[in-house]
Design a protein around this ligand. Sequence first.
Ligand SMILES: Nc1ncnc2c1ncn2[C@@H]1O[C@H](COP(=O)(O)OP(=O)(O)OP(=O)(O)O)[C@@H](O)[C@H]1O
Ligand SMILES: [Mg+2]
Length: 234
Amino acid sequence: MYAWLFQGVSVWGRLWEVSLSIPTGVTAVLGANGSGKTTLLKLAARLLKPDKGLVIGPRRVGAALQNPYLGFLGPTVAEDLARTAGGRGAALSLLREAGLEYAAERSPFTLSMGEARILSVLMAVSWQPEAVVIDEPTSGLDVSGRRWLARVIAGLDTPVLIAGHDLDFAAAVADWAVVLGEGRVRAEGYMDTILETISRRPDLGLEPGPAVKAALERGLDPRCTARCVYGVGR
Ligand SMILES: Nc1ncnc2c1ncn2[C@@H]1O[C@H](COP(=O)(O)OP(=O)(O)OP(=O)(O)O)[C@@H](O)[C@H]1O
Ligand SMILES: [Mg+2]
């Protein structure tokens, strides 16, 4: 069962005839800077049209962008979230659960990077989308923010695409992974397999995070270890 199918997709001369089947569940898109992760997420969220090829997937996609401030309108945090959550009451309750209620009446543009990331994720998931994409989910988030986000992602029953450089977080939340490089798909498969591939193939330019690295060195299950770190179960 697939959430997205990419067929021979090219854009800007930077992604070259990418063909991919992305399963339902949570998928992590990995790769070096400029490898095309954000581009792939924008294509999946229909924020971008391919120059060539076809993207087949859900229509209503909630998107938390790499730069979270780009999704805000204002004038206040509560009003921005009320637009997606279906009203002020729902917005305030979501802000309370996320520990962000103290900022409800402020401009979203005054939020710190971590606070802005939390608001952008709440906006992406709160309008009952058919799928969710979250770019650089942990960028700017402290450890409790990362744990909160891992729980949010684990609780979603839609397909989810995340992109980024935090391999411990990806190992904790994603079942499937796609590695991009030089405009192409360099590896794809179950997260367990990809974590082993990454540690065997320095040419992919990816470093396992400390939890995954320690688990692999001790012969432990890296995904189980990463899930423990982020407090999410199977
Ligand atoms: N509008 C555009 N026109 C032309 N090239 C672009 C455009 N936007 C992005 N690119 C290029 O496409 C490539 C992939 O960019 P993308 O933002 O998808 O990378 P990324 O993997 O998300 O990188 P990072 O890890 O830095 O976020 C980069 O070389 C980038 O410069
Ligand atoms: Mg990016």
